[in-house]
Design a protein around this ligand. Structure first.
Ligand code: 5AD
Ligand code: SF4
Length: 494
């Protein structure tokens, strides 16, 4: 989104304002001053690299970080050998944490070469106390750590780190690491800048946090309780995006179906969608993630009647066994899930359904696993993300007995993956020969004569085209299905 405040008009010698977002714009102006002095000394702009390691929510947060860095005057870099590197971390699975520790070693090498380099860590992993302790002791070269609740304060934290430098341009020894982690807050700060990855599509947060406490999941502990943004703020953001040329939006939340419950005047997600639909210029609306227990008939009806809401629903199953679902605290049964999918398909026969499945949850028997395979065969998912259960310290499942032996989990996982892939490949073929509206996203990476886009149901299509098509909605005739994508041909502009 464009900056509505002129940073050069801010008096950076005055006291920082107390109210938000004015306070953050003030610190952005101070960061910009620091950047200008860097430019004078070095004859170049400082480079910043934002590395996103998590889900769609993290990706959107990363756009906000990039927006602030851009306002400050940083140039975006894809190389981690930069003047400022920030990892926006994920902690859903244990190996995600290990990856970060490994990569920090590499960053340390870059910082030794360039002592003015700043290293920052944020995101879900930083909400874990043990992680922060470990970084404090074992990775003292890190300059800044903050969590998910105070990401809106990034400009202020960045300013603290930048201004901490001594005259040689290297950190003073006594001021090592800036750590600012909050455990919970209801605070939502609106109207901060964000730099979008794509000019024509954007994520829009509608809520933060999660109240579901699925027993395997760390998210409620690291993202806090559910907080919904006011509908007026969401609509204002979407209208501004539409004015800026955005055609497709993805409404984001851990459980969008419970949107609005905690607002002063409660609003349902379906009601919000109806309002969003009215925004002129927005042609496609997506959302994620939906919890099966909260998916209402009202929502299905709004989707059915809509020409803008995409024919795709991501509906995490997690397990097909009612016993395991109970232990997971998912609050639906296998039968309820299956009848929900039936209801969706009756309302919208062409809807693509995708899912998340965990294999090897504590106590999962062979019979439980067969129930999962049964749901997979019955639902015929268009695609499925399959995960091996990862024990997350601090979640109830981590202290459950009966952890399933690794080789059994691996065998089940391989069987599931094979089934899921076979079904997905078969289902993908059903549109071959039809004409579909495709929103063109980019040039094809392998073949520059092709462009790549997505259909309403999220399927990927490659077809001969030019750069000018990026961001446009084009009618494409699907000639051939190659497993998980289509090869097409332009039919005429839609
Ligand atoms: N182990 C494995 N997968 C997990 N997920 C969440 N927590 C865990 C865990 N501890 C998966 C769920 C969720 C997706 C985002 O990540 O399937 O839907
Ligand atoms: Fe985690 Fe469950 Fe919340 Fe999803 S709904 S974020 S799986 S606790």
């Amino acid at each position: 989104m464009c900056n509505e405040i002129d940073l050069d008009k801010i008096d950076i010698n005055a006291e920082p304002p107390a109210e938000e977002p004015a306070r953050q714009y003030y610190f952005m102006a101070r960061c910009r001053e620091w950047v200008r002095s860097f430019e004078r000394k070095n004859n170049r702009s400082p480079q910043a690299c934002v590395v996103n390691m998590g889900c769609q929510m993290n990706a959107r947060d990363s756009e906000k970080l990039r927006g602030i860095l851009e306002q400050a005057g940083y140039q975006e870099s894809v190389s981690e050998d930069a003047d400022f590197v920030i990892y926006n971390t994920c902690t859903v699975r244990e190996n995600a944490n290990n990856k970060v520790y490994g990569r920090l070693g590499v960053l340390n090498g870059y910082q030794k070469k360039n002592p003015r380099m700043k290293i920052a860590l944020c995101g879900c992993m930083m909400q874990e106390q043990a992680v922060v302790e470990k970084i404090r002791h074992s990775y003292p070269f890190v300059n800044l750590i903050f969590g998910t609740h105070n990401i809106y304060k990034f400009a202020e934290l960045l300013c603290t780190v930048l201004e901490m430098e001594d005259s040689e341009g290297v950190r003073k020894r006594e001021n090592r690491m800036v750590i600012d982690i909050w455990n919970d807050t209801d605070r939502i700060v609106e109207a901060l800048p964000a730099q979008r990855k794509y000019s024509f599509k954007s994520g829009v947060n509608i809520m933060f946090g999660c109240n579901n406490f699925c027993s395997y999941c760390i998210v409620p502990y690291v993202r806090g309780r559910e907080r919904s943004r006011a509908p007026e703020e969401i609509l204002k953001e979407i209208e501004a995006l539409a004015r800026d040329g955005v055609k497709e939006i993805m409404l984001l939340g851990q459980n969008v179906n419970s949107y609005g419950k905690n607002l002063e005047t409660p609003v349902t997600f379906a009601q919000l969608l109806k309002e969003v639909e009215k925004t002129e210029g927005i042609e496609r609306i997506r959302f994620m993630t939906s919890h099966p227990k909260d998916l209402s008939d009202e929502l299905i009806e709004v989707m059915r009647q809509s020409s803008k809401i995409c024919r795709h629903l991501h509906l995490p199953l997690q397990s097909g066994s009612t016993d395991i679902l109970k232990k997971m605290n998912r609050r639906y049964t296998k039968e309820q899930y299956l009848s929900l999918v039936d209801k969706l398909r009756q309302a919208m026969p062409d809807i693509a359904v995708t899912t998340d499945i965990i294999v090897g949850f504590p106590g999962e028997t062979e019979a439980d696993f067969e129930e999962t395979m049964d749901v997979v065969r019955k639902v015929q998912y268009d695609s499925a993300f399959t995960f091996i259960y990862s024990k997350r310290t601090g979640t109830p499942a981590a202290s459950m007995g009966e952890q399933v032996p690794e080789e059994i989990v691996k065998r089940r996982f391989d069987r599931l993956l094979k089934e899921v892939q076979e079904i997905a490949a078969k289902k993908a073929m059903r549109y071959t020969g039809s004409v579909q509206k495709v929103l063109v996203e980019s040039r094809n990476e392998q073949d520059e004569n092709l462009v790549t886009g997505r259909m309403s149901n999220n399927s990927v299509v490659h077809f001969p085209g030019t750069e000018e098509m990026i961001g446009k909605m084009i009618d494409v005739s699907l000639k051939e299905c190659r497993g998980f994508y289509y090869i097409g041909e332009v039919c005429g502009n839609g």
